[in-house]
Ligand binder design. Structure first.
Ligand code: CA
Length: 587
């Protein structure tokens, strides 16, 4: 009988996936949601709501009305794990109001293995601008759930005060009630093993109109959406995002499966975003050499860059990435000649830039070219005049809306000048492969450079590599810059850190780590000291895929997947414990 009161007072409205297995129940006025898959609870009684500067929607919301619908949409992607997506979802828009009668909509889209939801502000009489002071969205997992999480760094620490940069170490199968390394929560995406099933949390559709969010530490039995830290961007810019109404928050995504297959194959980052502008031209993806990764800073000189242009030409690669320091060690005045030489060898050029700026102490140059629209456009016009095809912009300031605006401005301006853009030392891309036509990859991972920096990362290479296809790389392009064929991580190949993984493993990462521009870490000596089949394989390496199929594996232990490029299937396998791996190519 005690349930009667609850039954009378609670209003529950539900939406299920087209196949009926994934179900979301929303409860009002509790303002919470639950998620179940095949009848099993995946998220229990988790809070919804937010606090705006002009209205409090943090709880006690009453349901005014709800409307259901269906989305049946086909779209294509040209630089991700899959080329053609059929997005079929049931939708629910819950119109809610707070005690003051102020209105908000909570919009859910539920496909067979993915939930996307967001808060939508209708037009409000007399108020146009809204700040979001706090998002109450939470995730309450059943007891016994284990986690695969990457801690958020403190701000303004690390190399030249350049963090956070999504370059922290994961823990696998950790309990929920462990404090994160820095006490600052976790960066997206976040993977959870829930009973026999799996849940991946992330967000998408983040552009100049919001901040990038992350997950809080575990408190009171749940994780919550957390905004950036005040110290990010050297303290400049607000933590709370703001936008004009009508408007909406980014999509929170929840990928759910009874196996890891939907986790590895998800298209949740792209299903509910749209291109924000048209490409100014057709962008050509491909492979690149880069001297910096193994030969390091000293190689940013004329002779070594000629050597790596010749290596790219020898490999049939489309590009060379000329990394940090070219402005000083080669010089602006000699760049036209270097670029003309590359073009004469049918190799096009990417140039490195620092994003900064006041938000760190980076001295790697060029600096102060990308943070100011006047200088940036002048620089981009210079690049266009020389036929430069792309830029790699490194060392970003954090996740505040301030920085999201700069990412978008750099992308949009670069498109005007025919440049593709890679980000390093940066945030996770959140739907950007579809939103920005010239976006071609982000680091946002402990990438190949760490193998050079510390033996520890060579020792952990297998473990880390076997996480990415399930977590970081499944929600966005990952510009890892790997495939190191030297057995010692040094120009001489006879000293430096020791590679603990096999050549087969290195080749397999080129299939398993997905990015439309692959900066391959080979060096000229590899043409003669690496197995001939390895070089032959790398000559014919595709970088964008028509289909991706998960076969087997477990995060941090192993992965087997296959990807199709045209009529060819590339099946690739990595094993963390042995450091072995392989690729098989079949028609
Ligand atoms: Ca980095």
């Amino acid at each position: 009988m005690t349930n009667l009161f609850l039954f009378l007072s609670a209003v529950i409205t539900s939406v299920s996936s087209p196949d009926g297995k994934l179900k979301v129940d929303l409860s009002f006025p509790q303002s919470s949601y639950t998620v179940s898959y095949e009848g099993k609870t995946m998220l229990d009684d988790s809070p919804l709501g937010l606090v705006a500067d002009w209205a409090d929607f943090s709880g006690n919301l009453s349901l005014v009305s709800s409307e259901t619908g269906r989305i049946d949409n086909n779209y294509s992607l040209d630089r991700c794990k899959t080329a053609n997506v059929h997005y079929l979802a049931n939708t629910l828009v819950a119109d809610v109001q707070n005690a003051e009668g102020q209105r908000l909509q909570i919009e859910f889209r539920v496909s067979n293995n993915d939930i996307a939801f967001r808060y939508v502000f209708p037009k409000v009489k007399g108020t146009v601008g809204t700040r979001i002071m706090e998002e109450c969205t939470g995730y309450r997992f059943p007891e016994g759930t284990t986690t695969f999480l990457c801690p958020q760094s403190k701000a303004m620490i690390g190399w030249k005060r350049s963090k956070p940069s999504y370059e922290e170490e994961y823990k696998a199968d950790a309990p929920m009630d462990e404090r994160s390394r820095y006490g600052k929560g976790y960066t997206f995406p976040c993977l959870f093993h829930v009973g026999d099933g799996w849940v991946l949390l992330s967000e998408t559709g983040v552009d100049s109109r919001y901040c990038a969010s992350h997950l809080s530490d575990y408190r009171d039995g749940l994780y919550r959406i957390a905004f950036p830290m005040p110290e990010e961007n050297n303290g400049n810019g607000t933590v709370e995002p703001a936008f004009a109404m009508p408007g909406a928050t980014p999509w929170r995504t929840i990928t759910v499966g009874s196996s890891l297959k939907p986790i590895v194959e998800t298209t949740a980052p792209w299903d509910n975003v749209e291109p924000l502008y048209q490409p100014s031209q057709e962008y050509r993806y491909g492979r690149s050499t880069w001297s910096w990764i193994v030969w390091q800073d000293d190689s940013m000189n004329w002779d070594d860059q000629i050597t790596f242009i010749d290596l790219a030409a020898e490999m049939g690669y489309e590009y060379i990435l000329v990394d940090a320091g070219w402005d000083k060690q080669i010089g602006y005045e000699r760049m036209p000649e270097l670029i003309r030489y590359a073009q004469s060898r049918k190799v096009d050029v990417f140039l490195w830039y620092s994003s900064s700026g006041y938000w760190n102490d980076i001295v790697q140059s060029p600096v102060n070219r990308m943070d100011n629209s006047i200088i940036r456009k002048r620089e981009m016009a210079w690049m266009k005049s020389l036929g430069v095809k792309g830029i790699k912009v490194d060392f970003w300031g954090g996740d505040k809306q301030e920085t999201m605006r700069l990412y978008e401005q750099v992308l949009s301006d670069a498109n005007d000048y025919g440049l593709m853009v890679i980000f390093h030392g940066c945030t996770l891309p959140r739907g950007w492969e579809r939103m920005y036509p010239n976006y071609v990859g982000s680091e946002a991972v402990l990438a190949s450079e760490n193998l050079i920096f510390e033996q520890h990362f060579c020792d952990q290479e297998g473990f880390n590599a076997c996480l990415h296809p399930f977590i970081r790389n499944t929600v966005g392009c990952m510009e890892f810059g790997g495939c190191i064929l030297n057995s010692r991580l040094h120009k001489s190949n006879s000293k430096g850190n020791v590679r603990k993984t096999s050549v087969g493993f290195q080749l397999a990462t080129q299939i398993i780590f997905q990015n439309p521009i692959q900066n391959v870490a080979i060096t000229p000596n590899n043409l003669s000291d690496a197995p001939a089949e390895a070089i032959e394989f790398l000559r014919n390496l595709p970088t964008a895929w028509d289909e991706t199929v998960f076969i087997d594996g477990y995060p941090g232990k192993s992965i087997t997947l296959k990807r199709r490029h045209g009529s060819k299937w590339y099946t690739a396998h990595l094993d963390a414990a042995s450091g072995d791996g392989w690729v098989k190519v079949s028609e």
